[in-house]
Design a binder for this molecule. Structure first.
Ligand code: PSU
Ligand code: MN
Length: 300
């Protein structure tokens, strides 16, 4: 059912470091063309430079895939069908041509392939207005049910970040701040909310994964965007509220909300959000490689 590329398979067999990557962020649903291709190239290069093997996840020709060829990556860049964890079964059963995997589906495929570290941009979370919509990203459930370290720049502040953190606590997912006491808000370094724990080294992250009491639960490592790439706070807040307002006016709901808001934010910032997005994704890939290297070095 799952096909793991030769490069990824041999790395795993040798106990060499591997970093799984999602594909929604690199598709038309995550970043505008041609920045999506640049993001994929830079993130893979950051993983390789850090001494790990990149493993992009997706559905290709109805098959769950971990590690893609250049041709398959080119198809993913054009992908328009979003695959969350529950959709993996449908995409296989209906033999979807290309399905781009979100954090939840990617973490599930990484775990199946035996990969312990996964890099993304931002995770989904509890949406604002959840009392009415009930909209909670499946990413949170996946973090609780697969033994993978997810490396992210927090979550976008169009979500309800306080509730997102509460949800992760209830689900038993350790949340670790990479050299920072603040839960990051994607484009900006701080959401104003604290993370429960700060870590200084990749070895500490590896040790947390080793010591957790529920073997099936993951770990969330939050890495603030590099200072030089952070968006101006006021511009950020204005863009987000405009984007949220537009989503409400246009009656956008469900899985369409996140791609819609992402596109609106990029428009509202005259594309200014895009370089920030690339910079944080690349930085996360770099840190994820460090964690993968530390995991490979620790006793089994
Ligand atoms: N946040 C971003 N960029 C993204 C996503 C989230 O800043 O591309 C994508 C990720 O793939 C994430 C998904 O897993 O959106 C969450 O979608 P939803 O809110 O429908 O669960
Ligand atoms: Mn949702």
């Amino acid at each position: 059912m799952i096909v793991v590329s030769e490069a990824v398979r041999s790395a795993l067999a040798d106990g060499r470091p591997v970093v799984a990557m999602e594909s929604t962020i690199y598709s038309t649903l995550g970043l505008p063309v041609p920045h999506n291709a640049e993001a994929l190239r830079r993130c893979k290069a950051a993983v390789e430079k850090g001494g790990a093997v990149p493993a992009v996840t997706a559905v290709v020709d109805g098959t769950w895939r971990v590690g893609l060829t250049a041709d398959e990556e080119a198809r993913v860049l054009l992908g328009t069908r979003k695959v969350a964890e529950r959709d993996l079964a449908v995409a296989a059963a209906q033999s979807w041509d290309i399905g781009v995997t979100t954090v939840s589906a990617s973490v599930a495929l990484a775990a199946r392939a035996g990969i312990s570290v996964f890099a993304t941009g931002g995770i989904g979370g509890v949406h604002r207005g959840v009392e009415v919509s009930g909209d909670v990203s499946a990413d949170l459930d996946a973090l609780a049910h697969h033994p993978v370290v997810t490396v992210c720049a927090g979550a976008k502040s169009f979500l309800d970040l306080a509730r997102t953190l509460e949800h992760l606590e209830t689900a038993g997912v350790p949340v670790l701040g990479w050299r920072s006491p603040d839960f990051p808000a994607f484009y900006v370094r701080s959401s104003g909310l604290p993370v429960p724990h700060v870590v200084e080294t990749a070895a500490e992250v590896a040790a947390v994964l080793r010591h957790r009491s529920r073997p099936q639960t993951g770990v969330l490592l939050t890495v603030p965007i590099p200072e030089a790439d952070e968006l101006d706070r006021e511009r950020h807040d204005a863009a987000l509220s405009a984007a949220l307002q537009a989503a409400a006016t246009d009656g956008i709901t469900g899985a369409a909300v996140t791609p819609y808001v992402l596109e609106r934010v990029s428009r509202e910032t005259d594309g200014g959000s895009v370089p920030a997005n690339l910079a944080l994704a690349e930085n996360n890939a770099r840190v994820a490689a460090e964690v993968a290297v530390a995991l490979a070095a620790q006793p089994a």
